[in-house]
Design a protein around this ligand. Structure first.
Ligand code: UDP
Length: 489
């Protein structure tokens, strides 16, 4: 696309460099959509496999606006001992190869530098995991904003933990109170995110690079809305000298006549949408359990079977999204076919969550899934596994009171699941489902709380809402930085 044909004078040009995994790539695409809707140009850099995943959605924007330039560069996966096509974290075959994946990805630095030499860029928006972009921003003296794919609460917790070091010299099962927070948040050392988790020491040097490159960034773009976590937004702004812009939930960047586009978000769906909707239409409102543990998790076999037994014995209808190669007991699908729909592979999650028949989302508390549940007004059953997910569980269950926890006690780093067996028992899962969509005492209260949050989320993205205004402020700020004053448009 010939961006040069537009008048580039006083037109902000963002370079977006996402991390390569669905939970980070998807919201970056949504942010690209938001930026162009607010009048900026976007150059979006990723690899061939990811281009395939997101191009249909980008094409729908460009059909009307011609403002997102999608650029693909290869990464040398074979050179780093990775299988061909291994261009997304969930495809990395073992934990030992995550390091190689990160290094292969860092080879994007040279082509990105060549790209910037040919096209003037006003601002870089980069995922926190692409720490090597710090060098690029410095070399060309371009302001670098970080997208971390998480909440202000998580960023503040991490900041306070890291500064206070309260987790040092503490037994792994002993609760730690995170200091200087608006609420009393207790976690055990074994529930801490990877950067601080004793089970994930093998990537500590990379964590350190990521952390220091974040410190020197110009500011933060957050997929959250202020009304959701106001106290944490205020505190985190203090930490970052105000350069924090909450512009989400970005999954709400689609309007009502874009249902088809929402169905294409992130990847090509592995299920026929009509048959899914037919299944959901056949159930009463708020009766179906939607189970999806994110794009990265692979449950230990014993845990996977325990979840299957729970869904079989709970008597509620369910949709269970599992990995393409997950193997179920061959008779399970047969025994539950009257009330169970299994999706092997990618599901159009946001679209399904918006159906009135879904009553609860059993989630791993990934930040995108958490926000998507809130936007759909759905209470959650929380099963955090690693990274920020235990913090998100605190927000869902303790602060917002919109979820029921399964009580997972240990963060299991990616690729180590098989070591942990079935720590969450089927009775616990059935009990939680009963509480949320059966006869639970707090059922209505919980539902009302999340319904109100869904309204606030929607308002925040509408013209004049907090996230809408934050996006405008971000662009004004960047225009002043780039051109000396904001444009009047
Ligand atoms: N997702 C989806 N279909 C799937 C699995 C995941 O659309 O079958 C999307 C989901 O809607 C969310 C993202 O993938 O936007 C997952 O991000 P999240 O932060 O929830 O978890 P992660 O996968 O990064 O652990």
């Amino acid at each position: 696309m010939a961006l040069e044909s537009h008048n580039m004078k006083h037109q902000l040009h963002f370079l977006l460099v996402p991390y390569l995994c669905p939970g980070h790539l998807i919201p970056m695409v949504d942010i690209a959509r938001l930026l162009v809707n607010h009048g900026a140009f976007v150059t979006f850099v990723t690899t061939p496999l990811n281009v395939k995943r997101i191009k249909p959605l980008i094409d729908t924007v460009n059909a009307s606006k011609l403002r997102i330039r999608l650029i693909q560069f290869e990464i040398p996966v074979l050179e780093f001992g990775l299988p061909e096509g291994c261009e997304s974290l969930e495809l990395v075959p073992s934990r030992a190869l995550i390091r190689s994946f990160m290094f292969a990805l860092s080879k994007l630095q040279t082509p990105i530098e060549e790209l910037i030499e040919a096209t003037p860029i006003s601002c870089i928006l980069v995922d926190k995991f692409n720490y090597w972009m710090e060098n690029v921003a410095k070399k060309f003296q371009i302001p670098r904003l970080i997208f971390d794919g998480t909440s202000c609460m998580n960023l503040l917790l991490l900041h306070n933990l890291f500064k206070s070091k309260v987790y040092e010299n503490v037994q792994e099962s002993k609760p730690i109170v995170v200091p200087n927070l608006p609420h009393r948040i207790e976690l055990t050392k074994s529930q801490l995110p990877l950067e601080l988790n004793p089970e994930a020491k093998d990537l500590r040097d990379l964590d350190e690079k990521i952390r220091t490159s974040q410190e020197s960034a110009y500011g933060y773009v957050i997929n959250s809305f202020e009304e959701l976590e106001l106290d944490y937004v205020k505190e985190y702004k203090k930490v970052k000298g105000n350069k924090v812009w909450c512009i989400g939930p970005v999954s709400l960047s689609y309007n009502n006549n874009e249902t088809q586009h929402v169905g294409q978000r992130g990847n090509k769906s592995k299920v026929d949408l009509d048959s899914c909707l037919k299944f959901l239409d056949s159930w009463p409102p708020k009766s179906v359990v939607y189970v999806c543990l994110g794009s990265l998790n692979n449950l230990a076999l014993a845990q996977f079977q325990e979840l299957a037994l729970a869904l079989e014995s709970c008597n509620f209808p369910f949709i269970w999204v599992m990995k393409e190669d997950d193997l179920l007991d061959s008779e399970f699908e047969e025994r539950t076919k009257e009330r169970g729909l299994i999706i092997h592979g990618w599901a159009p999650q946001v679209l399904l969550l918006s159906h009135n028949a879904i009553g609860v989302f059993l989630t791993h508390c990934g930040w995108n899934s958490t926000l998507e549940a809130i936007c759909a007004g759905l209470p959650m059953i929380t099963w955090p596994m690693f990274a920020d997910q235990f913090f998100n569980e605190k927000l869902i269950v303790q602060i917002l009171c919109i979820g029921e926890e399964l009580g997972n006690e240990i963060a299991i780093p990616l690729g180590k699941q098989e070591n942990y067996g079935a720590s969450i028992k089927r009775e616990k899962i059935v009990e939680a489902i009963e509480k949320v969509i059966g006869d639970g005492a707090k059922k209505e209260e919980r539902r009302e709380s999340v319904r109100k949050l869904a309204e606030l989320a929607k308002k925040s993205m509408e013209v004049g809402g907090s996230s809408y205004l934050n996006m405008k402020m971000l662009l004004d700020h960047m225009e002043t930085l780039t051109f000396g004053k904001p444009s009047t448009q």
